[in-house]
Design a protein around this ligand. Sequence first.
Ligand SMILES: *[C@@H]1O[C@H](CO)[C@@H](O)[C@H](O)[C@H]1NC(C)=O
Ligand SMILES: *[C@@H]1O[C@H](CO)[C@@H](O)[C@H](O)[C@H]1NC(C)=O
Length: 234
Amino acid sequence: MTITMRAECVFFILCFVSNTRGQNTIIDVAKNLGANTLISLIKDAGLTETLESDGPFTVFAPTDDAFSKVPSDVINNLKNNKTLLTEVLKYHVVSGKVLSSDLSNDMTVPSLLDNQDVRINVYESRFILKIVTVNGCTVIKPDQEASNGIIHVIDRVIYPIPSENMIEYITNRPNLQTLAKGFSSAGIEDIFEEGGPFTLFAPTDEAFQKLPEKTRNLLQTNITYLKEDSQSSK
Ligand SMILES: *[C@@H]1O[C@H](CO)[C@@H](O)[C@H](O)[C@H]1NC(C)=O
Ligand SMILES: *[C@@H]1O[C@H](CO)[C@@H](O)[C@H](O)[C@H]1NC(C)=O
């Protein structure tokens, strides 16, 4: 009698365990959350099995609405280039179980994409509800528990994956050329090489044009003045 009961008990527990495994993986939870585009792209990239494995993983999951805001040429690129698609999706996944309460402002967390970091910001004050962002995308539904990890639903797709440093970014943007020339003629391009992360308020070429001519001339001719100006905006 006792033996039978014990056997039933074990059977029950086994069923329960295999059910949680079978039905509440990150993929299942994403499905329940209505993240259909994400699931379909994960499938295209061949990452479904990974996200159904033990993990654990933490996924920053863009909603369908988030994907619908991505320009169609970018979506086409993702659909036609599996390497790119895989990179972008891996950049939305972090190894381990990371709850929103584990996240703090200016934290960087390595993603599954070659350990490239995602950047977390937490905005909190007496006047606003706590806002968590990942690379500037807002977490709109945090801490959705799956059997093999956690999903934080986000309102935008993290794209493109940041690959340029500050100076490369400025140099590659056609509307930031005055600033780029400024950094190079002041010889202070290396100020971004150590430390960080940095926030740069980058005036556009148009913004520079709005400066009084005298100031502009000074910036162009007086290296000391230029250095002061760029360092105070560092
Ligand atoms: C596909 O994406 C990879 C990774 O971003 C890139 O290196 C490669 O050039 C792309 N291929 C094509 C054909 O665009
Ligand atoms: C250049 O700028 C510095 C710092 O503002 C100032 O002290 C210096 O007088 C300026 N030199 C000239 C030649 O205008």
